[in-house]
Design a protein around this ligand. Structure first.
Ligand code: PGA
Length: 274
């Protein structure tokens, strides 16, 4: 399934899906640094004439920053959303060190990243655990940003799409067709490596993921669900990704820690339609 192409060859595809630029801060910035970054980001976006009807912006700070970020966004009515980087599959109980969906919802978080490759590899999160976390997020009315992606070895042995599609199918087990979720395609070899996928490589896998979404959740879900690309996204390459019909935004790691650079990534419509 392909979104309709825009008439202008150099324009962003008109898909009806609101682009989402998401900043995954990983384990960086304390709550004071978080406040400074969000303030600077908001000012910079405002200077650029940012319009939240054209592109949505979300930040994903560490847990310890969330309350400060929430307070700032709500007090200053900033046009930004935020989410957490992980959640427990359980709602409450004896799970020392874990943070649940209800705790995040109480902070007014909109999103939560689930199944990031660093969680899968460093915390041995299996597809089953990731699926349980997706359902836990939905149970708390949080929008999961479900990350999938292949290693260089997977790609060599099974092709580009096999592993991401299998991860998506496994994580969507038991998820209702009307679930509000975001998918992030993040090839493991592109994360933090400075070696981004090519726009064509991203489009190929994002198309396969959209087809799989259609098979599992139905055509309406496939059409409505945003699929992001992540892995070494920078201000210089964002426009090329956003020209792809099935890429609806980006999950940005390193480049989201710099307000000016991240704001330039958010400005991609200017570059795409120029
Ligand atoms: P990167 O990270 O932009 O630093 O490659 C992306 C991610 O891990 O979400």
């Amino acid at each position: 399934m392909k979104a309709p192409r825009s008439a202008r060859r150099d324009a962003a595809p008109q898909t009806g899906r609101l682009p989402l630029i998401a900043g995954n801060w990983k384990m960086n910035l304390d709550h004071l640094q978080a406040i400074a970054l969000v303030q600077k980001l908001a000012w910079t976006l405002q200077d650029h004439g940012y319009d939240e009807r054209i592109v949505e912006v979300a930040v994903f700070p560490p847990f310890t920053d969330l309350r400060s970020v929430q307070t700032l966004i709500s007090a200053d009515r900033l046009p930004l959303r935020f989410g957490a980087q992980d959640l427990s599959p359980h709602a409450s109980g004896a799970y020392t060190g874990d943070i649940s969906g209800p705790l995040l919802k109480a902070l007014d978080a909109t999103y939560v990243i689930v199944g990031h490759s660093e969680r899968r590899s460093l915390h041995a999160e299996t597809d089953q655990v990731v699926g349980a976390k997706v359902r836990a997020a939905l149970d708390s009315a949080l929008v999961p940003v479900l990350c999938v992606g292949e290693t260089a070895e997977d790609r060599e042995q099974q092709g580009a799409s096999a592993v991401p599609v299998a991860q998506l199918r496994a994580a969507l087990d038991g998820v209702p067709a009307d679930a509000d979720l975001v998918v992030a395609y993040e090839p493991v070899w592109a994360i933090g490596s400075g070696q981004a996928a090519t726009p064509e490589q991203a489009q190929e896998v994002c198309t396969a993921l959209r087809v799989a979404l259609g098979e599992v959740l139905g055509a309406e879900a496939a059409d409505r669900t945003r699929i992001l690309y992540g892995g070494s996204v920078k201000r210089d390459n964002i426009a090329d990704f956003m020209r792809q019909a099935d890429v609806d935004g980006a999950l940005v790691g390193g480049a989201s820690l710099d307000a000016a650079g991240f704001a330039d990534i958010v400005r991609f419509p200017k570059h795409v339609t120029r």
